[in-house]
Design a protein around this ligand. Structure first.
Ligand SMILES: Cc1cc2nc3c(=O)[nH]c(=O)nc-3n(C[C@H](O)[C@H](O)[C@H](O)COP(=O)(O)OP(=O)(O)OC[C@H]3O[C@@H](n4cnc5c(N)ncnc54)[C@H](O)[C@@H]3O)c2cc1C
Length: 546
């Protein structure tokens, strides 16, 4: 049992089940959910596939992995002591710093004793007889629990490209998500990167600093914008710290829980000069301001979107010396901000290096991976290292990889075949006592801000149930239909819905993920919280409780 104490005899709810709650995942969500459920006095176990805490920040060790959130908006807000003790070193922390932070949190709150590492959940089956869940691990171990809480991550199910011959390559292959713990050296090496999403952009920029020769295989260029990261010295940290209450309050007010709030003006409400000056200012500022603090219409109005896209395209042309390469780096099939905007630190300048080559795989598709490298339609490239920056089966991927079965053995994967159906992104009808922290259709955004709210809501619901002797919590079918319809309605008119991306459920490398679906709630976090608060305030009457 990985050194964990044996299951104690009595439980908070006296159920006869092994646990009151099992949480799958020890990332930002799972750690906080464990903390909250322990506060309630529940007997909880977190089950985690990795060997350490941190989720995203445990797995993604690829070169250049770092926040697009300001570090000081990303940390947990629940503990004043933690806020006092932790000094962020960079405005946008890199993976090592964030992993250290989450380990610090796990140690400070003694969370590790209830986390079972190296354990992958492969099945979770609801049992009406016990009103509980049977949880089955890859190695055959089984546990029973009253509540099953999924904290499995929206970007945790990594995908490889569907290219033949991957296993034949004789050099080193790395997927960015499964990056080895030992450093990978690029000096003098011929390196390929496949994929130019947010992860690819970070990886390419970092690898290019030391590589012998780098070849980037690009299918879809992205609209990237500068990150403008900087170190935080002791003096600056002591200026940030007293502002935490205002920082977190501001994050509560904004659409995506970031500090950047949409500008109330429309693009055509200002003169061309004012508009360009505003965009220059946003382009020169750190973080997501250019995406989330821009004019209110850039993500809904085609004309406004075309104007901001032209502005960013001009920037790319200025930064990339070879006009033909610049054109390849400018997206043609989607407008600025309609896919997740990668933030970069010198990405475009990489293509000015003589030892970097960009291959457009729309012109020359990859045919296969060979023992020596990559065969495209026009030639074979030889490599020492191939890096797959091919991303994730996002949002529902981690759920799909578990055989989840609700009432009467209904499969969650089948139920969600044509798109997720949830109540508040937290509950699913037919899946009693399963609660999702950051499930599909929940309010996403700057993660920990959304996680703290959702885990608190889940904890409140479990407390309510316990206090009233309720042992079965389920969303109603009508409630799930209404929320799902509302989620779809909230996305209407948003330009991102017209674009293939992980945010619309498309992944060409995953079977069955070729049709656009609404995967997340686009009504903004304040509205999401308002709706969830109302459900709680009236005693969860919209749920079926027994
Ligand atoms: C490279 C990258 C950069 C990002 N940058 C930002 C950012 O700047 N700002 C931001 O807000 N968000 C960012 N995100 C999103 C990020 O995922 C969240 O910020 C946050 O870390 C998610 O936490 P989580 O606990 O919900 O999920 P995760 O961190 O993904 O953790 C889920 C955990 O569940 C485990 N798990 C899943 N399935 C199983 C199973 N069947 N059995 C056992 N264990 C399982 C996984 O191993 C994983 O450890 C980024 C994501 C990536 C991939």
């Amino acid at each position: 049992m990985d050194g964990l104490p044996a299951v104690p005899d009595g439980t908070f709810t006296q159920t006869g089940l092994d646990f009151d709650a099992i949480v799958i995942g020890a990332g930002v969500s799972g750690l906080y959910q464990l903390y909250k459920l322990r506060e309630l006095g529940l007997k909880v176990r977190v089950i985690e596939a990795g060997t350490g805490v941190g989720g995203t920040w445990y797995w993604n060790r690829y070169p250049g992995a770092r926040f697009d959130s300001e570090s000081w908006t990303y940390g947990y807000s629940f503990s004043q002591e933690l806020l006092e003790e932790w000094d962020w070193e960079e405005h946008f922390a890199g993976q090592p710093e964030t992993e250290r932070y989450l380990n610090y949190v796990a140690d400070k709150f003694d969370l590790r004793r209830d986390i079972q590492f190296r354990s992958r959940v492969t099945a979770a089956h609801y049992q009406e007889g016990t009103r509980g869940w049977d949880i089955i691990l890859e190695d055959g171990r089984r546990y029973t629990t009253r509540f099953l809480i999924t904290a499995v991550g929206v970007l945790s199910a990594a995908t490889m490209p569907r290219i033949p011959g991957v296993e034949t390559f004789k050099g080193q292959s790395c997927h960015t998500h499964y990056w080895p713990k030992e450093p990978v050296r690029f000096e003098g090496k011929r390196v390929a990167v496949i994929g130019t999403g947010a992860t690819g952009v970070q990886t390419i920029t970092e690898v290019a600093k030391t590589v012998g020769h780098l070849t980037v295989f690009q299918r879809t260029p992205q609209w990237c914008a500068p990150l403008h990261n900087a170190k935080i010295g002791k003096a600056e940290m002591s200026r940030i710290r007293p502002n935490y209450p205002e920082i977190f309050a501001r994050c509560q007010e904004t659409y995506g829980c970031f500090i950047h709030a949409t500008d109330p003006r429309a693009t055509d409400e200002v003169t061309e000069e004012e508009r360009d000056a505003f965009w220059e200012k946003l382009y020169a500022e750190p973080g997501f301001g250019i995406w989330m603090g821009n004019f209110r219409d850039i993500l809904v109005d085609r004309k406004a979107n075309a104007l901001i896209s032209d502005f960013v395209a001009r920037k790319i042309r200025q930064r990339v010396k070879d006009p033909a390469v610049a054109e390849k780096l400018i997206p043609k099939n989607h407008g600025f901000g309609t896919r997740r905007v990668p933030l970069e630190s010198g990405y475009y300048e990489v293509y000015n290096q003589p030892n970097v080559k960009l291959v457009d795989i729309n012109e020359n598709p990859i045919e296969r991976i060979t023992p020596n490298g990559i065969q495209t339609s026009d030639r074979e490239y030889e490599f020492d290292i191939i890096i797959y920056a091919t991303g994730f089966d996002a949002i529902t991927g981690a759920f799909d990889r578990i055989d989840m079965r609700g009432v009467d053995g209904v499969s969650l994967k089948e139920k969600w075949q044509d798109g997720p159906q949830t109540f508040l992104g937290i509950l699913v009808d037919g899946f009693p006592n399963m609660l999702m922290v950051m499930g599909p259709h929940a309010g996403l955004g700057n993660f920990p801000r959304a996680v703290e709210y959702t885990a608190d809501w889940v904890t409140g619901l479990i407390r309510f149930a316990h206090d009233r002797g309720v042992t079965r919590i389920e969303a109603t079918a009508a409630g799930a239909v209404a929320w799902t319809d509302h989620v779809i309605e909230a996305s209407e008119g948003l330009l991102f819905t017209e674009v293939d991306s992980w945010m619309t459920g498309i992944n060409r490398n995953v079977e069955g993920k070729q049709v656009r679906r609404i995967m997340r709630y686009s009504g903004g976090h304040p509205k999401f919280r308002e709706r969830c608060d109302t459900v709680a305030a009236v005693g969860y009457r919209e749920l079926s409780l027994a």
